[in-house]
Design a protein around this ligand. Structure first.
Ligand SMILES: Cc1cc2nc3c(=O)[nH]c(=O)nc-3n(C[C@H](O)[C@H](O)[C@H](O)COP(=O)(O)OP(=O)(O)OC[C@H]3O[C@@H](n4cnc5c(N)ncnc54)[C@H](O)[C@@H]3O)c2cc1C
Length: 463
């Protein structure tokens, strides 16, 4: 304990932000992560307020030989924004967002959520492609790749990254872009938090204002027809339509129709970036191929409202167990397997989603960024979710057996942001494919001693 107090004092002298130790009153609150299933107890939490704080924290962690975790939004499934008995470099107070409307760019500090950015860019009729829940951290989402409603039209989040400021393992601050440290810039786009602490990102934004968007739910008996129709419709659908299919449960609360509360369902969630009448017409082509839904709540709304639509269902502290895969095709046998496995979901919140990987994502060469699986058609996620910690084992058991049943239809790799920390050996290599050796070489160049290893870790291997 004396050692911790001494270390905390030493670090406090160097930082403008707070350094929180287990003896501090705010420790319990400060160590909490989004996923209630994860219960990590860091030795110190450094709440950085600027780049100087980040540099001091990195140097301190390295010199003290501490395990170092980097925390952006704290949303990561296995809690890779924290660690046991180490130093957490907590960026959550770095919240500035600066929009340049003339250039249509936005500079985003590393503690921002996607909701923070949507709020700032929407004022200028602009948006950056992020994910579908607005409380998710921009940092972890971006460094893993980033998929969302705007992805079919504008690509992954990383495809819109112009530069990043990074504090390296040796404490240097560098800017990575197409022209400065291009190898680092290449690796940051999909390689996760392996290469340093990103303190800010510069993104290309796009004109996005109101969208025609929302959820449509069908009874589970129609799931086969809906999933088949979605699969066949997607390649013909305009890229303005970001749309995914899911197997879920009708939430047992108003305004959902009472007679369906708690029943398993198939859902399509879409967001059309364009005039509402065009969105309704495009969706009409899909809807005419399927039975009538329980409800269709697509309508015109500001884009940030769609981005935040699911936030109330997923507050901080729920239990989450994640499994993912990339998917190249969705044959009828796979659809039947999905339906059979989803029917066994242990809780109302547990879900399976298939997000499209097509359009603009396919137009970027596989070796242009670290994110490799650009020839997939979908990114699949299975998430066991429930508020009750006693359900944790049931969520894991269901997630694993669902994944075991469906994986033979899928590709070997998965989206790194949908992985827990219990993946089989070789999963990361499969995910990065032919890009893996280059990633390992960039890691060796920028973090040769693997200081940043609380992540989906790429082992430093000189070229
Ligand atoms: C409810 C929910 C919905 C989601 N929806 C989507 C979605 O639609 N699309 C999508 O692509 N993903 C989605 N995700 C997954 C999400 O991308 C990951 O959970 C991601 O890790 C979250 O980033 P974070 O900054 O909040 O996480 P953190 O837990 O803070 O960090 C995650 C990882 O990133 C590293 N990291 C964080 N900040 C930095 C930094 N500044 N510099 C270097 N490394 C850093 C950490 O070391 C850690 O390894 C969702 C997650 C949740 C919980």
């Amino acid at each position: 304990m004396t050692v911790i107090v001494e270390a905390a004092t030493q670090l406090r002298e160097q930082l403008r932000g707070a350094v929180i130790a287990p003896t501090d009153a705010e420790y319990e609150q400060a160590r909490q992560l989004y996923n209630g299933m994860i219960d990590k107890r860091p030795r110190l939490i450094a709440r950085c307020l600027d780049q100087a704080d980040v540099r001091a924290a990195v140097t301190f962690g390295r010199e003290q030989g501490m395990l170092v975790a980097i925390r952006g939004g704290g949303h990561n499934g296995p809690g890779l924004g924290s660690c046991d008995d180490g130093l957490v470099i907590d960026l959550s107070l770095l919240k500035s967002v600066r929009v340049d409307p003339a250039r249509r760019t936005v500079r985003v500090d590393a503690g921002c959520t996607s909701g923070d950015v949507d709020h700032a860019t929407h004022a200028f009729g602009l948006a950056v492609p992020f994910g579908i829940v607005s409380t998710t951290g921009v940092a972890g989402l971006t460094l893993g790749g980033g998929t969302g409603y705007l992805t079919r039209k504008y690509g992954l989040t990383i495809d819109n990254l112009l530069e990043a400021d990074v504090v390296l393992a040796d404490g240097r601050l560098v800017t990575a872009s197409a022209t400065e440290h291009p190898d680092l810039f290449w690796a940051l786009r999909g390689g996760g938090g392996n290469f340093g602490v990103v303190t800010s990102f510069l993104f290309q934004a796009h004109p996005v204002d109101t969208v025609y968007a929302g959820p449509i739910f069908w009874e589970a008996t129609h799931a086969r027809a809906v999933m088949q129709a979605y699969r066949d419709f997607l390649p013909t659908a305009p890229e303005e339509l970001g749309i995914f299919v899911g197997l879920k449960t009708v939430p047992p609360l108003d305004p959902f129709p009472r007679e369906h509360w708690g029943q398993r369902a198939c859902a399509i969630i879409g967001s059309y970036d364009g005039p509402a009448q065009d969105g309704a017409r495009v969706m009409g082509q899909l809807l005419e191929a399927v039975p009538p839904p329980i409800f269709n709540w697509m309508g015109e709304m500001p884009f940030p409202a769609m981005q935040a639509l699911f936030d109330p269902f997923f507050p901080k502290g729920l239990q989450w167990y994640w499994k993912g895969d990339f998917v190249r095709s969705l044959p009828d046998d796979a659809i039947d397997t999905h339906i059979a496995q989803a029917a066994k979901a242990p809780s109302a919140l547990s879900l399976m989603h298939l997000y499209p990987i097509d359009g603009a994502v396919h137009r970027v060469p596989k070796d242009a960024t670290a994110w490799n699986t650009r020839d997939a058609r979908f990114s699949m996620v299975i998430a066991g979710i429930d508020p009750d910690p006693d359900q944790a084992t049931a969520l894991k058991t269901w997630g694993r057996s669902y994944w075991t049943a469906i994986h033979p239809f899928n590709l070997e790799g998965a989206y790194v942001n949908f992985m827990m920390d219990d993946e089989a050996q070789g999963r990361l290599q499969a995910t990065y494919g032919e890009n893996y050796p280059r990633l390992a070489a960039v890691k060796a160049a920028y973090d040769p001693h693997n200081l940043f290893r609380v992540n989906q870790n790429i082992v430093p291997t000189p070229a």
